[in-house]
Ligand binder design. Structure first.
Ligand code: E4P
Length: 214
């Protein structure tokens, strides 16, 4: 399973990259705003750190505007993936960009049918948001299972990026279901590495090491 990091904080990306955990990066307008930096500057810096798909999101609501933004963004680096909203206009842009050989990530997906439409429009990636569904008492992971089944039933090759991940259980269930990718906040990546018995084991080994004749 591939891990993308879900952040626009280049320091976090550098740290996760040194752990060997980053196959790609996803950003969105909220994450860019949080970085406090200019959009293209951040994206360019990320492309210098990670050699993998880097999602950069358009803000236009009409397909023509999305395609225009996409054409500028892909000039930054060959690894740029254009993140498009799951709307009829986003689908239109997805189809047009796919025809030009530009990679796309259709985002803000909350139902299996939205994922199916994005796949039919040729999306390279689809991003269902599990955490935001859980937040409103709907079953986030349930839609991942359904999307996996639908894509497998018909041989769609769009890759499923499980997004809006809040905890290690989301990552575990994504892996069990067979999602292609999880895009994970850095804090959750670190949580994945932790277990109290690992910490206790290290402590005990170090204590016992003190008893070894020097
Ligand atoms: C993914 O592409 C999105 O940027 C992200 O996962 C959204 O997560 P949130 O619901 O925690 O904002």
């Amino acid at each position: 399973m591939k891990f993308f990091i879900d952040t626009a904080d280049v320091q976090e990306i550098r740290e996760a990259h040194t752990l060997g955990l980053v196959d790609g990066v996803t950003t969105n307008p909220s994450l860019i705003a949080k970085s406090g930096r200019k959009f293209k500057d951040v994206i360019k810096e990320i492309t210098a750190i990670v050699d993998g798909p880097i999602s950069a999101e358009v803000i236009s609501l009409e397909a023509d505007g999305m395609v225009k933004e996409a054409k500028e963004l892909v000039k930054i680096h060959k690894n740029i993936v254009i993140k498009l909203p799951m709307t009829p206009e986003g689908l239109k842009a997805c189809k047009a960009l796919t025809a030009k050989g530009i990679k796309t990530n259709v985002t803000l997906i909350f139902t299996p049918m939205q994922a199916l439409l994005a796949a039919k429009a040729g999306a390279t990636y689809v991003s269902p948001f599990v955490g935001r569904l859980d937040d409103i008492s709907q079953d986030g992971m349930g839609i991942i299972e359904e999307i996996r089944t639908i894509f497998d039933n018909y041989g769609y090759t769009s890759e499923i990026i499980v997004a809006s991940i809040r905890n290690p259980i989301h990552v575990l269930n994504s892996a069990l279901i067979g999602a292609d990718i999880c895009t994970i906040p850095y804090s959750v990546m670190l949580q994945l590495s932790k277990h109290p018995l690992t910490d206790a084991g290290i402590k005990k080994f170090l204590e016992d090491w003190e008893k070894v004749p020097k």
